[in-house]
Write a protein that binds this ligand. Sequence first.
Ligand SMILES: Cc1cc2nc3c(=O)[nH]c(=O)nc-3n(C[C@H](O)[C@H](O)[C@H](O)COP(=O)(O)OP(=O)(O)OC[C@H]3O[C@@H](n4cnc5c(N)ncnc54)[C@H](O)[C@@H]3O)c2cc1C
Length: 422
Amino acid sequence: MKSEKKAVVVIGAGPAGLAAAVALKKLGVEDLVVLEREDAPGGILRQCIHDGFGLTRFGESLSGPEYAGRFVDEAAKLGVDFRTGASVIGLDAGRRVTVATREGLVTYEAEAVILAMGCRERTRGALAIPGSRPSGVYTAGVAQAYMNLHNRMVGRRAVILGSGDIGMIMARRLTLEGAAVEGVYEILPHASGLPRNVAQCLDDFGIPLRLSHTVVDLRGSSRLESVTVARVDENLIPIPGTGREIPCDTLILSVGLIPENELSLQAGVALHPRTRGPLVDEFFRTSVEGIFAAGNVLQVHDLVDFVSLEAENLARAVARHLAGSLPAGGGIEVRAGEGVGYVLPARVGGKEDFTLSLRARRPDRDVALRISHGERIIKTIKFRRVLPAEMLRVQVRAADLAPSAAGSESRRPEPLEVSLTC
Ligand SMILES: Cc1cc2nc3c(=O)[nH]c(=O)nc-3n(C[C@H](O)[C@H](O)[C@H](O)COP(=O)(O)OP(=O)(O)OC[C@H]3O[C@@H](n4cnc5c(N)ncnc54)[C@H](O)[C@@H]3O)c2cc1C
């Protein structure tokens, strides 16, 4: 087996891996390789032919391939070493990376590894939908890949389960390609994707969004023939007698994304109980020395612009790690308080300014985001509206942390708590 030493190995050439590699090159880190299992870089953006990417970063609305293309071009100019068709199949705590390539297995021994593997979709198995197992049931991303990358129509009459962004985007895509989309059925009492997608993908095309509904049965032997949808109660349990059978040949599932964890787990990286991605500090360090994470493998992002930004911040930390100038690991725990689904990083040192990313637990109006450290409230921001679909990002200045709560040799530092309350 061929073995090589590298300063940095980046796993995944989606927006996170691309932005990290470009930023590292600009910071003078030359000895790096980006490993991508697909035949081309770009990640999930390659199949996202709709526009809406890059509004924050470039101030214009780009398609997914256009957005990724800007980073791919820059990476090419800087001479970033990409290995495509290279699936990473092993990672250990000593940063030994095992890769399956067409030429055989290759291993890299890296000073730093960047996890940028993105996320995967929840499938029918994860939901345990009863009924037969005909063809015609797709996750939204798979249907999108068939239609946008392989020019294959997935069906003629569709029902969408789940109002995640990809499901709503596929409702519009199927309609534009001449399919009938009967409706989008969401188990929660609110849409789980962005309001702009509800407006632009459903309302503009007259596609109904049915909240507090789920699919309770599938019929069909070879191909799907119908699904039964039912209303759910406040505990998300189907209400008997509310079932309605809908003839269709396609069911699209858009019911959540989970960070791609196989390699993180192999390396012994500790995972966050809510995000299911790695637990990191403000320098994107995981619990394993020299392994860093950013992008959807860390937390599922709604906007790619912030994926790129996060990966660039990670690159600065990795460059400092290589130079031996990164401060020791953080001792202040960061906790999600009332109204907050999760908050990252999970731990900070408190010596340098940092950014918190968080999501609201439920939709709410006129709320105050409060960050408290020990007894002191160190920041309050008012929001007219918060939605779980929209990630919130807040800058925290190290100077604002309560000195008395920051801990000392003998005392454990008090946690930082973030809450969203009316
Ligand atoms: C359908 C869809 C629509 C979206 N629409 C929008 C939008 O309109 N606007 C917007 O701003 N954002 C949108 N997003 C979000 C945005 O695309 C993502 O946040 C972004 O792509 C995440 O980047 P990433 O690099 O973390 O992951 P990805 O793009 O998923 O890239 C991960 C890469 O890692 C590779 N990989 C994984 N495992 C391995 C392995 N073991 N070995 C080698 N390579 C590996 C994968 O092949 C992939 O190329 C959308 C996302 C989806 C899924």
